[in-house]
Design a protein around this ligand. Structure first.
Ligand code: OTD
Ligand code: ZN
Ligand code: ZN
Length: 351
């Protein structure tokens, strides 16, 4: 029997780029329509490094919400070599910060102010471990001599494994995992309960060949870059397993069409327009729609020590056409992932 209607607890997005200004106004309604809460990335220009920056950014997000939409932004601190452990800990204890984000310097978009060497923030990490503040990691080495497809696996061996050994009680989320290596590493540490991993919809749906199908497809370029099919299958296996460490994080990362379709195009896929429908397709293809709720609505809150959302939302089997473009401002638009294509599921709102 095929399922035509799926009711799950309202999901949360544990990794999202909401940007600021006109872009924030344009993209926020999509995330807020589907998700109850979201972990908001701090890679603004300039980055949100202090609790005061994050609190002000949170106010701007709340002000940009459509009327009557209940959505909770959970803020993150952008770690730098100069992060002040006191400000960070106070921000966490006062409820401004839900977590702190580690970008190895220059690993991805707007990460130039990131940490140049993890040893430099040892006191900060010790403090975070003491107070139970999660560390969210962009897990790629930045050494340009390492092949771009190997940067996550090399990071795990060279940086993440020693980091976990050095800080045995630090809670860590390996963000947007893209490799079988990451899945195996997370599973190997699952029993400790201190490691989580987010998985995007696009990494469940594309492999690296899609980026070059019939020509170069800049809208499928993101970091970490999609890997070969065997890795995609490992990600699908992890997401649909129901295992506690794996949870939903879209990493929706909007850029204007002009910035994407350029000689040096920006990294990022914008999946927020139809995030849940995209995940539903990936789960259905794996015959695992019954595991979508664990991945989307239960495992993330459990990791973060928050209650799952009480409200239920409905997915229906009826076609959704992904918008061609999302207008940001006069002359500026964002092209959604699967732009103009028809998806099998529709998000039908609250039950
Ligand atoms: N990856 N683009 C962006 C961030 C992510 O690494 C990420 O979290 C972005 O544009 O902010 C991307 O490809
Ligand atoms: Zn990242
Ligand atoms: Zn991201």
């Amino acid at each position: 029997m095929t399922l035509d209607r799926l009711v799950i607890r309202r999901p949360d997005d544990w990794h999202v780029h909401l940007r600021d200004g006109a872009m924030l106004k344009a993209v926020l309604p999509f995330t807020a329509r589907q998700f109850g809460r979201a972990i908001v990335m701090p890679n603004l220009k300039p980055p949100a490094t202090h609790a005061a920056d994050a609190a002000a950014y949170r106010d701007r997000i709340r002000a940009a919400l459509p009327d009557g939409v209940a959505f909770t932004p959970l803020m993150t601190a952008y770690l730098t070599d100069g992060t002040d452990a006191e400000d960070l800990a106070r921000g966490f204890e006062e409820g401004v910060f839900a977590a702190a984000k580690l970008y190895p310097a220059n690993a991805t978009t707007n990460s130039a102010h990131g940490v140049t060497s993890i040893d430099r923030i040892t006191p900060v990490l010790e403090r975070m471990a003491d107070i139970g503040m999660p560390l969210l990691i962009h897990g790629e080495v930045t050494d340009q001599s390492v092949d771009i497809f190997d940067r996550e696996a090399v990071f795990i061996d060279s940086t993440l494994a020693p980091l976990l050994d050095r800080h045995p009680s630090l809670r860590v989320v390996l963000e947007h995992v893209t490799t079988a290596d990451a899945v195996a590493f997370v599973r190997a540490h699952a029993a400790s309960g201190r490691i989580g991993a987010t998985i995007t919809a696009h990494h469940l749906l594309i492999n690296r060949s899609h980026i070059f199908q019939g020509g170069i497809r800049p809208h499928l370029y993101c970091l970490p870059i999609a890997k070969r099919e065997s890795h995609r299958l490992a990600l699908v296996g992890a997401a649909t397993s129901g295992e506690a460490p794996f949870f939903l994080g879209t990493d929706t990362a909007p850029h204007t069409v002009t910035a994407k379709e350029a000689a040096c195009g920006c990294a990022g896929c914008f999946t927020a327009a139809n995030a849940l429908e995209l995940y539903a397709e990936a789960f259905e293809d794996a015959g695992a729609l019954d595991r979508l709720e664990a991945f989307a609505s239960l495992n993330g809150p459990r990791f973060y020590g928050l209650p799952p959302n009480e409200e239920r939302v409905v997915l229906e089997r009826r076609p959704t056409v992904v918008p061609d473009v999302i207008l940001v401002s006069e002359g500026d638009a964002v092209l959604p992932f699967r732009s103009g294509e028809t998806l099998r599921w529709s998000f039908a709102g609250a039950a």
